[in-house]
Design a protein around this ligand. Structure first.
Ligand code: TXA
Ligand code: MG
Length: 326
């Protein structure tokens, strides 16, 4: 499947277009679809290369973790571990505009790129007949950020989506105007006390009423309360060296297009031997983790092209190489 840039976008209408939309998602394509909050830009969350195409289509300069949309709580519990509070919130507000961030389940199938390499996952059951029918038909979690180009406002109608993403997605499924118009509330259930990471369609008061106690003060849009409490990206423990031309006997190599294939190393992973940036993005977080665990003194990274998805890959690697301010 090609990088989204000049695709003939199909304009589908629900309910007639539902099965074509589901088949397109199952085949690794991008489909924008309505939810009760805003339109989402969907891809099969279990397919790393399909997820990579979301970032390319949005023109996102970095990889943020994406929300995985599922049809019901049972599907959510295959992907994430729900403690009593998370389950109470899910039962009270799903389907609805609430995203729960929970630890990844051992049975989880969502790709590491969709999670930005994290051990946690954002899950949501949307309250929209078209979205639910689509999720049931696909039968897999669907990763979907808001269906706008990076830096633009979130779309509440199919023609807003088309203005931003025509030519960059396989299909837009029109299900009318969204009813809520603001994104879901994101609640982290990783610690003993749940925390609101982003205010949205479900109010703090409604959440506190279900939990039976007050929540800690709100943060602005996913900002970190204290370093290390909630990392927004997977960060390797070892030192990371970029733009390397040579290996070393005590180093691990993160290669691209076979550039460092004959260099000495403890372990080498090539993000894409054929030089494909989609494939490289899909494998990035998994590869970093495996090299980090290899026991090498540092990770040496081959030069990776800066165009297209290369921008986001290089951004992520630059953060991984930056000195830690902990
Ligand atoms: O209403 C909505 O939430 C819409 C519709 C399409 O569902 N989606 C949406 O997605 O607003 P997006 O990508 O624009 O925002 C997702 C937010 C990001 O700020 C991301 O950092 C956060 O969810 N998020 C996702 N998974 C996370 C995780 N494991 N840990 C922390 N934050 C997470
Ligand atoms: Mg957004």
């Amino acid at each position: 499947m090609q990088l989204p840039s000049n695709i003939a976008t199909r304009h589908l209408t629900a309910p007639e277009g539902l099965s074509e939309a589901a088949q397109t998602l199952a085949a690794g394509g991008l489909v924008a679809f309505p939810t009760e909050t805003v339109y989402g830009l969907g891809a099969d969350a279990t397919n790393g290369e399909a997820v990579a195409r979301i970032y390319a289509a949005k023109g996102r300069p970095s990889f943020n973790p994406l929300i995985a949309h599922v049809a019901d709580l049972a599907a959510a519990e295959r992907e994430g571990v729900f403690n009593a509070q998370a389950r109470a919130l899910a039962q009270a507000f799903w389907p609805g505009p609430l995203t729960l961030v929970v630890p990844v389940a051992a049975t989880g199938a969502v790709s590491s790129l969709a999670r930005a390499g994290l051990d946690s996952i954002g899950l949501r059951v949307p309250d929209h007949a078209v979205a639910l029918a689509l999720l049931k038909a696909v039968g897999k979690p669907v990763a979907a950020p808001s269906a706008n180009r990076s830096g633009r406002v979130s779309p509440t109608r199919a023609d807003h989506v088309a203005a931003d993403l025509d030519g960059r997605v396989e299909a837009i499924l029109d299900g009318g105007a969204t009813s809520i118009g603001v994104e879901s509330t994101i609640v982290s259930c990783l610690d003993e006390t749940p925390r609101i990471l982003r205010p949205g369609g479900v109010t703090r008061q409604a959440i506190e009423a279900v939990l039976g106690h007050a929540l800690p003060a709100e943060e602005s849009d996913g900002a970190v309360i204290a370093p290390g409490m909630l990392q927004s990206h997977y960060a390797p423990h070892c030192e990371v060296v970029l733009e390397a031309q040579q290996g070393a006997a005590d180093a691990a190599i993160l290669d691209f297009h076979g550039q460092l294939a004959h260099e000495p190393c403890v372990k080498r992973i090539d993000l894409s031997p054929k030089g494909d940036l989609l494939e490289a993005a899909a494998r990035l977080f998994e590869a970093l983790r495996r090299l980090d665990e290899s026991g090498a003194a540092r990770i040496i990274v081959a030069p990776i092209p800066k165009d297209g998805l290369g921008e986001a890959i290089n951004d992520r690697l630059k953060r991984a190489a930056a000195p830690r301010d902990l």
